[in-house]
Design a protein around this ligand. Structure first.
Ligand SMILES: *Cc1c(COP(=O)(O)O)cnc(C)c1O
Length: 402
């Protein structure tokens, strides 16, 4: 059961939103759960057991739901369930109807509407699955879906067709088939664990999957895609890090969209992972009303570097059913990229990509910096719009030396 505090005890989040404020590391605090013993608040299992999943819970905790949110929360169970960890819920500023945290996790009635071009499986993953729950879309790497659960559910989830609904066969039996496929496919040198969120598995389970993958000689590189450091930083325990560090080279891609997600708690979790020698990347989704703004995005990518996380991809939002209210134009994305490239640290600039509908993989979207091209010279434009000429040698085949 949720322990709901009287509203007089609700901590007032700061209202100002200057770039400097956005970059400040603020603790989520216990907020509405102020009376809970800290040890319980910091226990990731408590956080999972006490997630906000029903309309009634939400209504009891959220002082001023919009009618669109009420209707959205009531309808959510029919499509993508609602689930929000108390920790992440505390980051919502309920005085702000357009709060960027709120927009990511509280359902809205717009989710029940479909727009032209929207799909159930936008990246056509299901048809690139040689065995259930394994996507082999690129020559040398596979995506392995190891669970259908996440700590909280993103309203724009590209796998909303799968998450929160256990497959007919068990994950155990799927895992055997996935490991078997990778073992007999020597082209696979890179395995990306995803889901659902792999870090929701318990330590033993995760360790066993990583051990089985490491036992395959041609598997060189392991990765985990997770939003746990953002939704449930309490899960990043010393014990978990001690397990993960045995499987290097192991990279982790986190998923954060807005600087306010980078709290004291998230930074502590990310530092633990980085200290375990795990290179960290971030994947953001470009979302209307969340991060479709150059100042917000710049503060976010710079704050990620402060957490030792390298911005990796910025995704154009996949056209999954019921997400039109969260999507924005590619032109907006390009404007944001223009505001980053050259204007801030190169390490802070992600690649802006569209995961091609129909299964074409990630396609980088960039503005042409090459203006013209002849055999001996190329005309280029820099980040300020100034034009330069580079004289090049005649082209020849790439070197054949080893
Ligand atoms: C994103 C993705 C990968 C990994 O792609 P990288 O560009 O190497 O990060 C692999 N397989 C599938 C199906 C993917 O969608």
């Amino acid at each position: 059961m949720l322990e709901v505090e009287p509203s007089s005890q609700i901590e007032e989040p700061p209202l100002s939103r200057s770039a400097e404020d956005l970059k400040e590391f603020v603790s989520a605090g216990q907020g509405r759960w102020a009376d809970l013993p800290a040890s319980q608040w910091q226990d990731w299992r408590w956080q999972l057991q006490n997630r906000i999943t029903s309309y009634e819970q939400l209504e009891g905790l959220a002082p001023n739901l919009a009618p669109e949110e009420r209707a959205g929360a009531l309808a959510a169970s029919r499509k993508l369930a609602m689930s929000i960890t108390p920790y992440f819920f505390n980051l919502i500023d309920f005085k702000d109807p357009g709060c960027p945290i709120r927009r990511q996790v509280i359902p809205r009635v717009e989710e029940t509407q479909s727009a032209p071009g929207e799909l159930t499986d936008p990246c056509d993953e299901d048809s690139h699955s040689p065995v259930p729950g394994l996507v082999h879309g690129y020559p040398d790497r596979v995506l392995m879906l190891v669970t259908d659960r996440c700590a909280s559910y993103c309203r724009y989830c590209t796998r909303s067709r799968l998450v929160g609904r256990a497959p007919t066969e068990s994950f155990e039996s799927r895992l055997d088939q996935q490991i078997d496929y990778i073992s007999r496919t020597p082209a696979v040198r890179d395995v990306l664990l995803s889901g659902g969120d792999p870090l929701l598995l318990n330590d033993q389970k995760l360790e066993s999957i990583l051990e089985r993958l490491r036992a395959i000689r041609h598997v060189e590189f392991l990765r985990i895609g997770t939003r746990v450091p953002i939704f449930l930083p309490q899960r990043i325990t010393k014990e978990l890090c001690a397990i993960l560090r045995r499987f290097h080279p192991l990279f982790i891609s986190i998923h954060s969209n807005h600087p306010r997600e980078l709290t004291v708690e998230a930074r502590t979790a990310l530092e633990r992972l980085a200290d375990a020698g795990i290179p960290l990347g971030n994947q953001s989704v470009l979302l209307r009303g969340v991060n479709d703004n150059p100042d917000v995005m710049k503060a976010h990518v710079q704050k990620l570097l402060m957490c030792r996380v390298r911005p990796y991809y910025l995704y154009q939002c996949d056209p999954v059913h019921g997400t039109a209210h969260l999507r924005t134009s590619v032109n907006t994305g390009l404007q944001i990229m223009r505001s980053l490239r050259g204007h801030t640290t190169g390490y802070a600039v992600p690649a802006y990509v569209i995961d091609a509908p129909g299964g074409g993989g990630k396609v980088p979207i960039c503005e042409d910096s090459v203006l013209s091209w002849t055999t001996d010279r190329i005309l280029i434009r820099n980040y300020e719009g100034r034009i330069f000429e580079y004289r090049q040698l005649p082209s020849h085949k790439p070197g054949s030396h080893q």
